[in-house]
Design a protein around this ligand. Structure first.
Ligand SMILES: [Zn+2]
Length: 165
């Protein structure tokens, strides 16, 4: 997998912004449930305060999906945003029971480089929809109920619909 290295020493104090574009192949996302169309684009924002870094990632990409109801194939763009803190140094010993949310979201790095690729890959994986729908109103047409009670004028339309599908 390719690396997307953040060079901590080279970041200026305050806000730093970057854009990075990856392919599904580079992030080992070729064999997931739905193929990715085009590139995976990430906006990276790092706010540096001494050796503390607040990192925000906004990743955009398009899945080629299959509707779980009508089986229509369609492309849909997704966006995932995430934020975490990065600190240089060893993981502090936090007594059990003292762990707060702020500690869970803080990652520690010993060197001067941090690879963002696994985090971006995770953003894509967590966005895979369980039951994609081509539209909110998508329904599976049902022919076995209520057809007899239907106005006969609908019959031709139903046949036409069957041909189109
Ligand atoms: Zn559908």
């Amino acid at each position: 997998m390719k690396q997307i290295i953040l060079k901590l020493n080279e970041l200026r104090r305050g806000k730093n912004t970057f854009q990075v574009s990856s392919t599904a192949q580079e992030l080992e996302l070729e064999d997931i449930e739905y193929p990715i169309v085009g590139s995976i684009d990430t906006d990276i924002e790092v706010y540096r305060n001494r050796n503390n870094y607040e990192i925000k990632l906004r990743t955009r990409f398009t899945f080629h999906l299959t509707c779980s109801r009508c089986l229509t194939e369609f492309d849909r763009e997704f966006q995932d945003t995430g934020a975490f803190y990065l600190k240089k140094g060893e993981v502090p010993d936090i007594p059990e029971g003292m762990i707060k949310d702020e500690h869970v979201e803080t990652l520690y790095v010993s060197g001067d480089e941090y690879d963002l690729a696994p985090i971006i890959r995770e953003q894509v994986l967590l966005s895979i929809p369980m039951k994609p729908l081509c539209s909110d109103s998508c329904t599976v047409p049902s022919y076995d109920s209520g057809v007899d009670e239907m106005d006969s004028r609908w019959a031709d339309l139903i046949k036409l619909k069957e041909k189109l599908m």
